[in-house]
Design a binder for this molecule. Structure first.
Ligand code: DC
Length: 204
């Protein structure tokens, strides 16, 4: 059983990289941020506190994200959900509930898991840990083109979320011990994937 933990800020390319690494290695892929997003969406829809529902909602994490049986893969990407997810992720009770669920998923098989605290909290014993970063302006540029949104607005929102993710008391975003820091600002997707695949192969 091998776990590859890929953490880092929004827009560093985590999702694309983690998916491609999982494909290259034949590992399963877990997007832990999608779990925070799904809890936030459920809370918005039910007008309840994320912490009150984080361990009771039914979540299926795969190529599609199912919330209580409904496909919310696209809905969880809405800007309002990004904002709500960032706030929900600052709540220790929400984190506790989701970390339990994440550890249960990762308990079996080979995984590439991405998020903010996979290498620090969820799977501190992960065989390979990567902290993926990029220049803030470059991250905003990538997110803006992905969302079809305006660069300045994405950068402004990203700055607020980065600050919240980095300074929250519980599991702030920081490189895990033993994490290899990969700055993707000037690297192609292929270069980043190759680098991480080599790290994993180098351990086998
Ligand atoms: O990676 P993302 O943008 O989909 O994550 C959504 C939010 O959840 C973001 O504000 C960071 C937070 N998050 C977290 O705190 N811990 C994780 N393991 C994954 C995401």
């Amino acid at each position: 059983m091998t776990i590859v933990a890929i953490d880092g800020p929004a827009g560093a390319g985590k999702s694309t990289v983690a998916r491609a690494v999982a494909d290259a290695l034949g590992f399963r892929y877990l997007d832990s941020g999608a779990m925070y997003r799904a809890v936030a969406l459920a809370a918005l829809e039910r007008a309840s506190e994320p912490a009150a529902i984080a361990d009771s909602i039914e979540l299926e994490m795969g190529p599609r994200v199912l919330l209580d049986g409904l496909d919310v893969t696209e809905a969880i990407r809405a800007p309002s959900v990004s904002e709500a997810a960032s706030r929900a992720a600052a709540d220790p009770a929400v984190r506790r509930a989701l970390v339990v669920r994440q550890r249960r998923l990762l308990g079996d098989g080979d995984w590439v898991a991405e998020g903010r605290d996979v290498g620090t909290v969820v799977a501190p014993d992960a065989e390979v840990k990567v902290f993926l970063t990029a220049d803030p302006a470059e991250r905003a540029r990538r997110r803006a083109s992905e969302l079809g949104a305006e660069h300045a607005m994405v950068l402004a929102e990203q700055t607020i979320r980065d600050q919240r993710d980095r300074t929250r008391q519980h599991s702030p975003l920081e490189p895990a011990p033993r994490a290899v820091v990969v700055d993707t600002t000037t690297l192609t997707l292929e270069q980043v994937v190759r680098r991480i695949v080599e790290l994993v192969k180098g351990r086998e």
